[in-house]
Design a protein around this ligand. Structure first.
Ligand code: KG4
Ligand code: ZN
Length: 347
């Protein structure tokens, strides 16, 4: 009888995410319906340091997590007892930060007698695409663009079993979001830099400043963004030395055009290699307005279905963790209470 009722209302997963500087909890029904998505951002705390300070992040997660979980249940109109499982980011991330979410999830799972589901953060980002595109079915290609990761992933399944997701290429140096943040710092913009460059580039002139597109060896699906970053720094220094004014908007536009050209070219190569007709773009940088517009045009031309989550599901959130946890729950892939936190973790 309980199972029948569960199927009627859809499995309810509580997701918890604390891998970096967002303390987040969400309730997702049936893998797609986001009943709540609460995010307490620590940006104001970290921006005076120009980046995330791991120890401070952990301490803030600790003081915030219970309130955030309570708020997510209240907003969803769901009691703790009604939750079917607790899904939580187990890594990759700042290990001290991940531990706070993990300890919270373990305590809840134990007290409620519900399954605990450890979720790979990158899998979470990929599953964010499913929240708003329930029709999206593997196989598809995922371009993961975040502050810590940049990769092209061949997604053959969602259950969480190993071997379902294959990394076809990834960055050899900086992640794309990291490059955005560093270039923003060079230009004296605030943290996080991605949204600042996104906004500033809109006022820049296309083609006024051109940076090299680093494509690596022919056929390689790997990425490299440190060259574009250094190229930007060299350009800024040469303008300063020559006593010429810094046209920050043009520099932001030039940097962004170079980055987007590379992302677009590599995504197209990945589509050609796999023969897939669907591309999902996920992770914080997928919130970038120019990337979204460019990829919409490019995929339209090729007749490729493009799935980019709304911005709130691109940057770190717990709905994506609950969403990914749902598929693991269906596959019976749950964890025991001795689950570890991982600073690095492959897909
Ligand atoms: O996925 P995410 O929230 O955290 C990680 O898992 O890393 O990504 C954060 C990254 C930051 O580098 C941030 O600058 C970038 O995503 N980002 C953006 C935009 N919004 C966030 N980059 C470019 N344009 C944006 N609108
Ligand atoms: Zn992330």
């Amino acid at each position: 009888m309980t199972t029948g009722r569960k199927l009627d209302r859809g499995v309810l997963i509580l997701g918890i995410e604390t891998s970096c500087d967002e303390t987040a909890a969400a309730v997702v029904q049936g893998g797609h319906k986001v009943l709540s998505n609460v995010i307490a951002s620590q940006i104001d705390v970290h921006k005076i340091f120009g980046g995330v300070v791991p120890e401070i992040a952990s301490r803030h997660h600790l003081t915030t997590i219970n309130k955030v979980v309570e708020a997510s249940l209240e907003e969803a109109g769901v009691s703790m007892q009604e939750i079917d499982a607790v899904a939580v980011t187990k890594g990759p991330g700042l290990v001290g930060a991940v531990l706070i979410g993990l300890a919270t999830a373990k305590a809840m799972a134990f007290a409620l007698g519900k399954p605990l589901i450890g979720v790979n953060h990158i899998r979470g980002h990929i599953c964010a695409a499913l929240l708003e595109y329930p029709e999206l079915k593997p196989p598809f290609l995922a371009l993961v663009v975040s502050g810590g990761h940049t990769s092209l992933v061949d997604v053959c399944g969602l259950s969480g079993k190993s071997g379902e997701m294959t990394v076809l290429g990834s960055t050899r140096d900086d992640a794309v979001g990291e490059a955005y943040d560093k270039v923003a710092r060079m230009l004296g913009l605030g943290y996080p830099g991605g949204p600042q460059i996104d906004a500033l580039a809109k006022q820049g002139k296309e083609g006024a400043v051109v940076f090299k597109r680093v494509m690596l060896e022919e056929g390689s699906l790997d990425f490299s963004f440190s060259g574009i970053k250094t190229g930007t720094l060299n350009y800024i220094n040469s303008m300063k030395q020559a006593g010429r004014p810094l046209r920050k908007a043009d520099i932001a536009a030039g940097f962004q055009e170079a980055v987007i050209d590379v992302l677009s070219a590599k995504a197209k190569m990945g589509l050609a290699l796999t023969g897939y007709r669907t591309l999902a773009i996920v992770g914080g940088v997928a919130a970038n307005s120019a990337l979204r517009e460019r990829m919409r045009k490019d995929t339209e031309q090729l007749g490729i279905k493009l799935c980019i989550p709304s911005s709130v599901f691109c940057t770190d959130n717990a709905a994506m963790v609950a969403g990914a946890g749902y598929y693991q729950y269906l596959a019976g892939l749950t964890d025991t209470l001795d689950l570890d936190a991982f600073a690095s973790l492959s897909l």
